[in-house]
Structures are given as structure tokens and as C-alpha cells.
Design a protein around this ligand. Structure first.
Ligand code: CP
Ligand code: NVA
Length: 314
């Protein structure tokens, strides 16, 4: 029977999140090539472009002693050239894990249901759990704790906003989401995240007012207004989101010493200005760097042997 999949941060327990972050921090501090995944392969099945996710999974497999096999949009044609369950059954005989970037989260679930190897969500329209882990690791490195951090997300109620809701629910962040009317997060995700976040000393606040949301924040976080696959809506979104930009004036409302985060790629001049993303309060590139270390921790969890769970990584 296969080990579990990693499709959403919502599926992890708070203890699992903490263990993955501890392991990622350790891997970051002792970065080197080890051989625990010797002989193992990870398929990267991507329906959309990627810099961070593709490169960091590829390097992660190399540094753990295995290898990655990249299959881009023109090769696999998930559900078009070939039925998704057939792709899953074939790939499961070649590789030891699949990291998949799909447009539809439902397609990822079909892939996972038919694969006999673990499937990792490398970004879907619903969420981006590897990004969420990197975000939490970055926050922990910055603040030395996670519970009670006041994080304000300014932007679209999209896959990244959902991921932050799940993250808040696991560690008890005080998360405020400021989105234009009509671009709020899915109410079911908000309700579930709110219940769990409150249990862990956090809270979830939704607003349409970016200025109020920014006041007193310890972290300002944003993402693109137009996600991959929504390019036909870009003009309307630019108009609807015009007040939802992190610029110097908005950052001044946050707590002194507040940090700025973005999952990248950024549309500079839209959701974030150059002076903010390149400024001293930005931890955006540290955040991107952490993708490598959290994904190594995820790979060890899903593909490693049970005795790799010891502190000695060889
Ligand atoms: N943040 C992120 O996942 O970046 P890529 O789309 O470049 O992988
Ligand atoms: N919301 C963005 C995230 C990219 C990492 C998108 O889906 O395009």
C-alpha cells in the first residue's frame, strides 16, 4: 500500500507541520548531498510553467541521492492525450513519487487516487502546500515562533490565500485577508480554518479594506492579481485590484520592522512595487530559497525509508 499523498496543508496535523519544519531547518543548516533516496525517481508532471517549484524539486532529488524526471505540458497532456488514471498507473511503475502541477485540483485528486506512489501537489487552483511550508519556515526563521503572528494578506482569494488559511489553522496565526469584493476566499475553507485557528490561539479576519488590514501587521503578504490560467481576465483584475497593492505607503501602516512576503513570480508594479520587494523589509527571496529545504523534508517523509526518520541523515 502506498504512503500518503501531500495534496493540501489542511491534511496535515499541527505536529506533522512542526516536524517537517524542524527537518527542513536541519537540512538547510547541514546542506549537502546525501544518498537516502539513492535509486529513487520523482516525476514532475507540470501543466503550467514554473521556476521555483520545478528547479527546487529537481535539486532536492539530486541532493537526496535520487533524480527528477520533468514532464511538461506538451508531453503528458493530462486528460487530453491520455486519461489521468492511465497516466497515474503507468508512471507509478517507473517512479517512486509524482509531483504534479495541475490547473484543476480535482485532476490532482484523480491522479492521486489512481497512483500507487505518493503524489505531491506542486500547485493547483485550490492550494500550494509546498509554498505554505516554505512560508511557515520563513516566518519561524524571522520571528522565532509561529503562534500569534499577525499576518495580513492583500489580494486575490486564490490558491495562495487558501494555503495561508490552512497554515494559520495549523499554527494559530492571526490572519487577515483583504480582497476586493467578489474575490474573497471560499467560505467553506474560511470556516474550517477559522475553527482550527481559534483552537490554536489564532484568528481569521476577512475584509475589503486593505488600509485597515495593513495597520499593525507584522507581515504583509501578497500574490499576483491574475493567476496562471486567468490571463483573459487580466484587464478587469487590474482595475478591480488597483487599491490592493503593497507600496511604501501601505507598508508604513504595518508594525515597525514588519516583513513583506510574496510567493513569486511577482508582477512588479501591480500587486507590489519595486521599492517594497527590493527593500530592506522584504524576505521574498529567503522565502523562495526555503522551498528547497521544505520540499526535501516532504520527500524524506513520503519517499524515505522509516529509518531515515532518525536524526542522522547520513
Ligand atoms: N511560487 C512558485 O510556486 O513559483 P513557480 O510558479 O515559479 O514554481
Ligand atoms: N496564484 C499564483 C501562484 C503562483 C505560484 C498562480 O496560481 O498563478
Amino acid at each position: 500500500m502506498k504512503r500518503t499523498d501531500f495534496l493540501s496543508l489542511g491534511d496535515l496535523s499541527p505536529e506533522q507541520v512542526e516536524q517537517l519544519l524542524d527537518r527542513a531547518q536541519e537540512l538547510k543548516e547541514r546542506r549537502r548531498r546525501i544518498t537516502v533516496l539513492d535509486g529513487q525517481s520523482l516525476a514532475l508532471v507540470f501543466e503550467k510553467p514554473s521556476l521555483r517549484t520545478r528547479a527546487s524539486f529537481d535539486v532536492a532529488m539530486y541532493e537526496l541521492g535520487g533524480q527528477a524526471v520533468y514532464l511538461g505540458p506538451d508531453e503528458v497532456g493530462l486528460g487530453k492525450r491520455e486519461a489521468i488514471p492511465d497516466v497515474a498507473r503507468v508512471l507509478s511503475q517507473y517512479v517512486h513519487g509524482i509531483a504534479a502541477r495541475t490547473f484543476r485540483h480535482a485532476d490532482l485528486e484523480v491522479l492521486a487516487a489512481s497512483a500507487t506512489v505518493p503524489v505531491i501537489n506542486a500547485l493547483s487552483d485550490f492550494c500550494h502546500p509546498c509554498q505554505g511550508l516554505a512560508d511557515l519556515l520563513t516566518l519561524r526563521q524571522q520571528f522565532g515562533r509561529l503562534q500569534g503572528i499577525r499576518l495580513t494578506y492583500i489580494g486575490d482569494g486564490n490558491n495562495i490565500a487558501n494555503t495561508l488559511l490552512f497554515a494559520a489553522s495549523k499554527v494559530g496565526l492571526h490572519l487577515t485577508l483583504a480582497s476586493p469584493p467578489g474575490y474573497d476566499c471560499d467560505a467553506t475553507v474560511v470556516d474550517q480554518a477559522r475553527r482550527e485557528a481559534v483552537e490554536r490561539g489564532g484568528s481569521i479576519t476577512l475584509t475589503n479594506d486593505p488600509v485597515e488590514a495593513a495597520r499593525g501587521a507584522e507581515v504583509l503578504y501578497t500574490d499576483v492579481w491574475t493567476s496562471m490560467g486567468q490571463e483573459h481576465e487580466a484587464a478587469r483584475r487590474r482595475a478591480d485590484f488597483a487599491r490592493y497593492r503593497i507600496d511604501r505607503d501601505l507598508l508604513r501602516l504595518a508594525r515597525p520592522g514588519a516583513v513583506v512576503m510574496h510567493d513569486l513570480p511577482a508582477h512588479r508594479g501591480e500587486e507590489i512595487t519595486d521599492e517594497v520587494i527590493d527593500g530592506p523589509q522584504s524576505v521574498v527571496f529567503q522565502q523562495a530559497g526555503n522551498r528547497l529545504h521544505v520540499q526535501k523534508a516532504v520527500l524524506l517523509w513520503l519517499l524515505g525509508k522509516d529509518d531515515d526518520k532518525s536524526d542522522d541523515l547520513g
